[in-house]
Design a protein around this ligand. Structure first.
Ligand code: TXA
Ligand code: MG
Length: 315
């Protein structure tokens, strides 16, 4: 059985919400990447997510909400966390917060941690689905573990089509990179994963620095498996002259050949194209060379994903 790919309509949202309330799995578009959604409160449904993705272990998942009221039932917000949410929600920001007593997010979805990762996505279809379902939905990126995150419904179908119940097709994701994950330590914001929201916009908005995560840190953001985003092909970084027969992914004006993330040098456009271009080259080549991308703004997250994709999966 292959999951049906359906357009976003009031009827398909209602069907999707029904599937979720019966413990099923629905792929939903968000502005970052497609998520594989399940009822956060249902441990059996959450277990099916890990099974479908082939996750090596129970990583904690992001719980997606569609209102402040729903967010506040799941987690405790400090003043800083609230200010961040007010500035950037709905949007590509995830915050790791102390779990609230009475939170609906199951222990399994939190991997037993006493914190919960929360995001209020901006995509109208994700919002409509959470609303129709009436509670938080956990959703990791809708790809098999270790694969590149999906930015179209077709990517989801190729990876998980035979393992899930329904795919909502909202077209290509506008941001194209996973959300930026922020944690809190001693009252300060800490960057756990660079992503679709620029770190500099966060510090500018809140008027204080976002700290880098210390290497020794016990906070577990396991998505930080080094090879998390690995394609099958070998990937070489910072290549200006690709070798004969290599797939080439590059950035900016004046580049010849290969796939250009953004010929006009726009990092937002590059982010939106990154995963689909990596997938395309992965299908046609055994080695991919990546040209340099400036390490500023969204380039920080793009380079993070490229570095991870270049590490061979240790398992
Ligand atoms: O843009 C996104 O964030 C997408 C869309 C679907 O929302 N989701 C996504 O989920 O990228 P996933 O499961 O692929 O990555 C979630 C990350 C993981 O690195 C996980 O370890 C971290 O969030 N995480 C979740 N709960 C956490 C917690 N309580 N403490 C620390 N890290 C946590
Ligand atoms: Mg992922």
């Amino acid at each position: 059985m292959t999951a049906r790919i359906v357009p976003i309509l009031p009827e398909t949202i209602a069907i999707a919400a029904e599937i979720l309330s019966e413990g099923g799995l629905v792929a939903m578009p968000t502005e970052t990447v497609y998520g594989l959604a399940a009822d956060a409160a249902n441990p059996a449904a959450v277990a099916r997510i890990y099974e479908a993705k082939g996750r090596p272990r129970f990583n904690p998942l992001i719980a997606h909400v569609s209102s402040w009221a729903m967010a506040e039932r799941q987690a405790e917000f400090s003043g800083l966390a609230r200010a961040l949410g007010e500035a950037f929600w709905p949007g590509p920001l995830t915050m790791v917060l102390p779990s609230a007593t009475g939170s609906r997010v199951s222990d399994l979805a939190r991997a037993g941690l006493d914190t919960v990762a929360l995001r209020w996505p901006r995509h109208s279809a994700a919002q409509a689905l959470i609303e129709a379902f009436g509670g938080p939905l956990v959703a990791p990126s809708a790809n098999r573990s270790g694969h590149v995150s999906p930015t179209t419904a077709e990517h989801v179908a190729a990876d998980l089509g035979d393992r899930i119940d329904l795919i909502l097709d909202g077209g290509p994701c506008s941001v194209g990179l996973e959300s930026t994950i922020i944690g809190f330590e001693n009252g300060e914001a800490v960057l756990l994963r660079p992503g679709g929201l620029e770190t500099s916009s966060i510090s500018a908005k809140i008027g204080r620095a976002v700290h880098a995560r210390s290497q020794t840190d016990a906070i577990n953001a396991p998505g930080q498996l080094k090879s998390h985003y690995a394609p099958r092909a070998r990937l070489r970084l910072d290549v200006t002259e690709p070798a004969e027969g290599e797939g080439y992914i590059c950035f900016g004006p004046g580049q010849r050949g290969g796939l250009n993330l953004s010929p006009k040098g726009d990092l937002a456009e590059a982010a939106a194209n990154l995963f689909s271009m990596l997938r395309a080259l992965d299908q046609s080549h055994t080695t991919i060379a990546a040209g340099p991308v400036p390490d500023e703004g969204l380039g920080e997250a793009i380079n993070d994903r490229l570095r991870r994709a270049a590490v061979r999966d240790p398992d």
